[in-house]
Design a protein around this ligand. Structure first.
Ligand code: COA
Length: 525
């Protein structure tokens, strides 16, 4: 890659502009409920969700925040009133889920629920202990219809985790009532903050309505009562800092051991500068780029052993290591996947499963090739082989959407529905069933043919307006912030952080065993 070229400079400029936009949106999540609610929270002598996390984590250890843009493009606050991510506590990687009480009292809306369920899925798949930092108004009442029924899974997930011998810990800082009471209720370990935690199925007004009994918060669900009388609290914390200290000491005694193989202790940093990743993706995704330039800036020592380099050149496959973990990489080169690329991918995925090697998918594909020659050559069968291999592969998968991720190519490259352990997008990514122009064009051809069948004249002006409108809509819906808002990825990352983010993900993954598939579905020949 010529980092002195005009093209590189233009790509870099475009990427930096996108990153600036992304920062503005991330800032909204970090701002929580805004100045007024943050000030009120502080005045009450309470720590913010992110401050609680920072104190809980080992000093100077990283926090891999997940789904920070949840709820983007909806009526809810960006971030979804909850912070989730993976951080290290007493040397143990934990899934941390912290309500943000400055956003609608920390109440859970449909986006918060999706984000919480995704965090639980990541914790289960990667065998991560969960620490809930609880202070929430429970269900967001105006949207209860969307969360009450599916939200029950939150509590089921906690006890399922416990049954799988993956510990769950609740640190209760404030309100945790009604359904929320089952957060501590279903956790293995519970810490409650004195005079702050409020854990009851029904508060005083509800009790009065239901039974006529007069009561108060403290006797119904205070920390002292739960620590001394009901036994729901295992530890009584004097204040928030003390709760965090107790949380850390619980993790210290978990006797936790990772089950995956350890990384090689010595590995080299890439020879090529990861900062160059800013200039690799062209502003126009129709212009291809060489994914080897990306691989060279992500893997240890920029050392990549390419597999089958002369066959199916539109997909690059090969072996490398990342932060000492062995990986196989599949990366789109020219955009389109032909039969050769599909067969090569299928073989490569099988090889990775034979050697228990995790796989990384670097997306920049417009999908599988269409046309008479390719249909007759069996492109459906060959694409299906690749999708079969991806679906039944048992080694951990990581996906990074660098550029286009369209059509069934998104599936074959282990898109969201194919269960990658983590899926991150670059700001340059776009994902949809097809490109906006193609989609609008298809609609136009179909409408024109339908009009002809009815013997009607086709409204050309209407067609033009429809195409423009559809193109605009699909373009907006293909953008990473929109997709991140819908929880279709685990976050949008700065390309320069790709190595770090993948390294953290691989380390988290290795809490569980890493083992390839014993068998696949029937491969259509
Ligand atoms: N659903 C929707 N909005 C809620 C909410 C909920 N469960 N809980 C709080 N909010 C809103 C409030 O209406 C308020 O909105 P506004 O500032 O726009 O007027 C905002 O969140 C902050 O609430 P507030 O009561 O001022 O905050 P607080 O920190 O003093 O108290 C709670 C927080 C959670 C203790 C209190 O709001 C409460 O008791 N909520 C209801 C809890 C409940 O019974 N939930 C049912 C669960 S199934």
């Amino acid at each position: 890659m010529d980092t002195a070229s005009e093209e590189f400079a233009a790509n870099r400029e475009a990427m930096l502009a996108k990153l600036a936009e992304l920062e503005t949106e991330h800032a909204k999540a970090i701002a929580g409920g805004g100045e007024k609610y943050v000030a009120r929270h502080r005045k009450r002598g309470k720590l913010l969700a992110r401050e609680r996390i920072e104190l809980l984590l080992d000093e100077d250890s990283p926090f891999l925040e997940l789904s920070p843009l949840a709820a983007w493009g909806t009526d809810y606050h960006v971030g979804g009133s909850v912070v989730t991510g993976i951080g290290t506590v007493e040397g143990v990687e934990c899934m941390i889920v912290a309500n943000d009480p400055t956003v609608k009292g920390g109440a859970s809306n449909p986006s918060s629920l999706k984000k919480g369920l995704r965090a639980a899925e990541i914790a289960a798949e990667n065998r991560l202990p969960t620490i809930n930092l609880v202070e929430s108004g429970g269900a967001d009442l105006p949207t209860q219809k969307e969360i009450f029924i599916p939200g029950g899974r939150t509590f089921r997930n906690l006890t399922n985790s416990s049954a799988a011998r993956i510990p769950t810990i609740a640190l209760v800082f404030g309100n945790s009532t009604a359904g929320g009471a089952y957060l501590p209720g279903m956790s293995d370990y519970v810490v409650m903050v004195k005079e702050r935690a409020k854990v009851f199925l029904g508060g005083p007004p509800l009790v009065k309505m239901a039974t006529g009994e007069e009561s108060d918060d403290e006797s119904l669900g205070g920390a002292e009562m739960h620590a001394r009388t009901s036994g729901l609290a295992d530890y009584l914390a004097q204040d928030e800092e003390d709760a965090i200290r107790l949380g850390r000491s619980i993790v210290k005694r978990l006797n936790w051991h990772k089950q995956g193989p350890a990384p090689k202790p010595d590995y080299d940093e890439p020879l090529h500068d990861p900062a160059d990743l800013l200039g690799v993706v062209p502003g126009d995704l129709k212009v291809p780029f060489d994914p080897r330039e990306v691989i060279a800036r992500v893997v240890d020592g920029s050392d990549f052993d390419e597999f089958k380099p002369l066959y199916g050149p539109s997909l690059v496959t090969g072996w490398a290591s990342l932060h000492g973990y062995p990986v196989g990489i599949l990366a789109n080169a020219q955009g389109v996947l032909f039969s050769e690329e599909s067969q090569k991918a299928t073989q490569f995925i099988q090889l990775a499963n034979q050697s228990d090697t995790p796989l990384i998918f670097l997306h920049n594909t417009t999908g599988y090739m269409v046309g008479r020659e390719y249909e007759q050559g069996g492109i459906i069968k060959h694409g299906a082989m690749m999708i079969n291999a991806v679906s039944n592969s048992k080694v951990p998968h990581l996906s990074v959407l660098m550029g286009a991720s369209y059509g069934a190519g998104h599936y074959g490259m282990c898109g969201r529905a194919y269960g990658p352990r983590f899926l991150f997008a670059w700001p340059s990514a776009k994902s949809a069933v097809m490109g906006p122009q193609q989609l609008a064009g298809v609609l136009s051809i179909v409408a024109r043919a339908a009009a002809a069948n009815r013997g009607q004249a086709y409204d050309e002006d209407g067609d033009k307006a429809m195409r423009a409108m559809v193109e605009q809509q699909i373009e907006a819906e293909s953008m990473p912030m929109f997709l991140s808002g819908m929880l279709y990825d685990d976050g949008i990352i700065d390309p320069r952080d790709t190595r770090t983010v993948l390294g953290l993900s691989l380390s988290a993954i290795h809490n569980g065993p890493v083992r390839g598939a014993e068998g696949f579905g029937v491969f259509r020949m």
